[in-house]
Design a binder for this molecule. Structure first.
Ligand SMILES: [Zn+2]
Length: 256
């Protein structure tokens, strides 16, 4: 199932529901250029999003190289100006990206045959700013969920695009060694104070809930404190939470 929402003028999201989760792409429309933040799970996703993207030249930005964020890039009827990602995102195209596709093609025969893996052609290491005309999108490396994760900041609108660095009801930890830096970076963003809206790829887009909730969760996870949730976790998040707890307990992150 696909759904397009206009969050505010020139800011649209496409939500795609997969059997286990929903994932979200964001279109930021500037006066001169547009950005599509993540291309989701298939060419059909981006073909469906194209009317909301409009006719301006556009960049694609990958929040990170997990499959549900990068598989729709061949779905546009015109080529993007650039496909932008972190340097580590490009590296993953030579590491796990092709293997994930191969594994899923074996697991679900026929379903993923048309996927074309398209790596970034433009990469950065720490920060990069895209001038779209009347608005800009500032890309910041924020390793945590994965080493190649980035977030995007739109200062004119006070909007943060979080990818999988923020998520409700909880973020997915893969490497406990990144937990402390992940939390530190998110706390810096949370303390900026002027963030009006934080848009996660999965979960809440209500105000800045996904940012504040992720900070709280990671803080408790690292401290070994009890973590309570507003409502009962579904199977996917129950498993993710259990794995997070195991990783955090066995992790080697340093305490202050
Ligand atoms: Zn994801």
């Amino acid at each position: 199932m696909r759904q397009i929402l206009e969050l505010q003028p020139n800011l649209h999201v496409l939500e795609v529901t997969q059997p286990e989760f929903t994932v979200r792409s964001v279109a930021v429309l500037g006066e001169r250029h547009a950005v599509v933040w993540d291309t989701l799970t298939s060419a059909e996703d981006m073909a469906a999003f194209e009317p909301a993207i409009g006719t301006k030249p556009f960049h694609v930005v990958y929040s990170h190289a997990d499959w549900d964020h990068i598989w729709g890039t061949n779905g546009f009827s015109r080529p993007p100006l650039n496909i932008i990602g972190h340097k580590a995102c490009l590296r993953r195209f030579d590491q796990d990206v092709a293997k994930t596709l191969c594994d899923m093609q074996i697991a679900e025969a026929g379903k993923w045959d048309d996927i074309e893996l398209i790596p970034p052609n433009l990469v950065f290491t720490s920060r990069m700013s895209l001038d779209l005309g009347d608005v800009s999108l500032d890309l910041h490396h924020l390793p945590g969920h994965s080493p190649d994760c980035i977030v995007g900041w739109i200062p004119q609108w006070s909007v943060l695009l979080g990818g999988d660095a923020i998520e409700t009801p909880l973020p997915v930890v893969n490497d406990p060694g990144l937990l402390t830096d992940w939390l530190d970076s998110l706390e810096t963003w949370a303390n900026k104070g002027d963030i009006k809206r934080a848009i996660s790829a999965h979960g809440s887009i209500k105000g800045r809930e996904s940012l504040d909730s992720t900070v709280d969760y990671l803080r408790r996870l690292i401290a070994g404190d009890d973590i309570e949730f507003k409502s009962k976790l579904d199977d996917f998040y129950q498993r993710a939470h259990q794995k997070n707890l195991e990783l955090a307990r066995g992790g080697d992150q340093e305490d202050d």
